[in-house]
Structures are given as structure tokens and as C-alpha cells.
Design a protein around this ligand. Sequence first.
Ligand SMILES: Nc1ncnc2c1ncn2[C@@H]1O[C@H](COP(=O)(O)OP(=O)(O)OP(=O)(O)O)[C@@H](O)[C@H]1O
Length: 253
Amino acid sequence: MPIVAFDQVTVAVETDQSPGSKVLLDGIDLRLAEDRIGVIGANGSGKSTLLRLVNGLLQPTTGTVTVDGDSTVSAVRRVRRNVGFVFTDPLSQLVMPTGREDVELSLRRSVRNGHERREKAEAALQRLGLLPLADQSIYELSGGERQLMALAAVLAVNPSVLVLDEPSTLLDLRNRELLRRTLAGLEQQIIMSTHDLDLALDMDRVLVVEGGSVVFDGSPAAAVAAYRALCLAGPPAFPSPSSPGTVRQPGAS
Ligand SMILES: Nc1ncnc2c1ncn2[C@@H]1O[C@H](COP(=O)(O)OP(=O)(O)OP(=O)(O)O)[C@@H](O)[C@H]1O
């Protein structure tokens, strides 16, 4: 598996509301080498910000993020070839009139031959049961259908790391199960944020993000318990340090 490493990462931005800098992430030190990594946490805790660092969509203010040793700043092109990113909102990703055209577009750089490209696009659509919808306008698809279409476009290029930002938000139960089965069958390393705690339990390792810090890092069951405690009882109701996994205090490096 690839290794995604965060070394002393902070992200800070300036906004009209905070002319100094607003810290979105602080003290992130991670070495992600497992096949399936989940990221959970409350709204606005910093999950998307963390994920966007992995393929260089966002650059750290301080510290470094690397994917198999490639910096997301100095080697961003190589990182982007290796890391596929699926956005929460499929309309921020799907730019062509139909899903088929979108999948073919994403293959344009890696597959020069038009016939081969069409075949690969067909296979990617087939894998997610999307062939019947492939030639329909993106705007005529339901939100969930679009979400699967965006996943198909990213999977078509076979990235070695797949980053998914809340991929099941728009999916019904049947399509959520299709997503689970599809993800389970992939050889890629997966890093996924989700509010769906069942999906989180499918992972090998789960990070809990709160207030821009990773406050728990460990097994899925322990992480979900930590997150529930955090939400329901309020901080600092984390599991005791003897629980499986690592409890981290916000801001600690
Ligand atoms: N460019 C930006 N400028 C200012 N604030 C930002 C910026 N990007 C994100 N934020 C803020 O940073 C915090 C974390 O945002 P982020 O999108 O990472 O949260 P999240 O955990 O993914 O939330 P959700 O579960 O609601 O999707 C939020 O308070 C958000 O408003």
C-alpha cells in the first residue's frame, strides 16, 4: 500500500471575519499505510480540509504532506496522478453533459487510443451498474446517481489511492450497499470521510477529527465509541488511554 504521511501539518487561512489567521488544522502528524482509513467527526471539524491535503487540492501552511515520498507541493502532478479524489458534491466534479463523456474525459490523459478509452469507460460504468444512465444528461440524474457517476470517473483511471469525501451522503440503502461492496472489492488504498458510522466500521483504522485536530486514532469500533462520547457527552469524554487506539489531545503533536 502507498504511504500517506503528514508531518507537523497546520492549515491556516485569512478571512474577512478573521483578518489574522483562522486555524483549520493544527499539529497533524500521521502515517497512513493501512488499506482502509476512515475519517469521522462533527460538521466543520476539519475532515474535508484533511482530505484535500492528500492530493494537493490544498497545501499545508506549515509542515509537509507526502504520498509515497512525493510532496504534495513540489511533486503535485505525480501526486494527482496517483491520488483520485471524489468530492461530496458530484456537480463540483462532473463537467461534461453526460456521465459517459465525463468518464472518457478522465481517461483522456492516460489512454490515448480512442477505442481503448471508450472500452475502459464502458467497463468503469458497468462496474457501478451505470450503463443505463451513461448517456443521460448529468442534470437529469438523481443526486445519488451523480455521486456514483463521479466515483466511476475517478475509478476509471485506477489511482493507487482513492480519497472519498462523504461518498454516501446522497445514496439510498441499496446504492449505499453497492458502494460498500464496490469499495470492499477495490485494490486501492482508501481514505474516506463519512458521517455514516456503518461505513466507518468497515475501515481498518479510523481517525476522529475535532476542532482541527486528530483527537482519536485507532480501531473503528473504538473510534466510533470515542466519537459518540465526544458528541453526546461533550469533551473531554474520550475513552481512557488504556482503550485500543490512541487518544490525542487537540493541538498535541
Ligand atoms: N477556505 C476557508 N476559509 C475559511 N474557513 C474555512 C475554509 N475552508 C474551510 N473552512 C472552515 O474550516 C472548518 C472545517 O471545514 P471542513 O470542510 O474541513 O469541515 P468538515 O469536517 O469536512 O465538515 P462537514 O462534516 O460539515 O463536511 C469549517 O469551520 C469551515 O467553515
